[in-house]
Design a binder for this molecule. Structure first.
Ligand code: HEC
Length: 215
């Protein structure tokens, strides 16, 4: 009987057409997924420096210079002097700390509201903690950080202890924030500090408060 056996050629064509569509669909879908994945990868922030727009990798020295610049170490460790537009850092004394030649009168009387004072150079500071003087960060052996090791520096920044182990480092040195840097960045900062011109400048010793701190 004809009805019992439908046209075998037509059935084959139908099956063939069906397969062709499903294969095409799979190919298009795969292509879309791949395209989407590529876009997602491209839009990720480039950590590995693979992107065409990424800055070239910096050496520890360059990274250290960058960090010291943007973290404002010069703000307190390089004395300000008066320029035509107001106070400006005296880069001939870069990172050499409070100038030893500057003789200071006793700090002004401080009250609860105005409770700390700084010199015009922004290198000496008086407050409830006593008087602190920005340290000489240049590699001079006698008056700077020449005898410091990388380990001393990392310890000092992490612990807030002078040379990583003795008295507390006083305000306004923001060691508690710098101490959050990665080991790599702290070491880069130290590498850069090692490279700056050495300067002999004997910074006065920290003076504790004369009277006990008012609570
Ligand atoms: C807001 C002012 C200020 C800024 C900014 C600052 N310092 Fe200091 N720093 C000080 C003062 C003040 C001292 C002295 C503190 C003391 O004698 O206890 C000091 C001390 C230090 C010391 C000596 C610590 C020790 O063990 O005695 C180092 C090292 C140092 N700073 C590094 C840095 C570096 C590196 C930066 C930038 C990443 C920086 N400082 C930014 C004010 C500052």
């Amino acid at each position: 009987m004809i009805k019992a056996n439908p046209d075998p050629a037509r059935t084959a064509t139908k099956i063939g057409t069906f397969r062709w569509w499903s294969v095409s669909f799979a190919v298009v879908a795969t292509a879309l997924i791949v395209l989407l994945a590529t876009q997602i990868v491209k839009s990720q922030p480039s950590g590995g420096g693979k992107s065409k727009t990424a800055a070239p990798a910096k050496s520890p020295l360059e990274r250290g210079e960058y960090l010291v610049t943007i973290l404002g170490c010069n703000d307190c460790h390089t004395p300000l002097s008066m320029g035509p537009q107001g106070p400006e850092p005296d880069m001939s004394r870069m990172l050499s700390g409070h100038p030893e030649t500057m003789k200071l009168p006793p700090p002004p009387a401080l009250t609860d509201a105005w409770m700390w004072a700084g010199t015009a150079t922004n290198t000496a500071f008086a407050g409830p903690w006593g008087i602190s003087y920005a340290a000489n960060l240049t590699p001079d052996e006698e008056t700077g950080m020449g005898v410091w090791t990388e380990e001393t520096f990392v310890k000092a920044m992490r612990s807030g202890k002078h040379m990583g182990g003795s008295r507390p480092i006083m305000p306004p040195m923001p060691w508690m924030w710098y101490g959050k840097m990665s080991d790599e960045d702290l070491k880069a900062v130290f590498t850069y500090l090692r490279s700056v011109p050495r300067m002999k400048n004997h910074v006065p010793a920290y003076q504790p408060p004369s009277a006990p701190v008012k609570q």
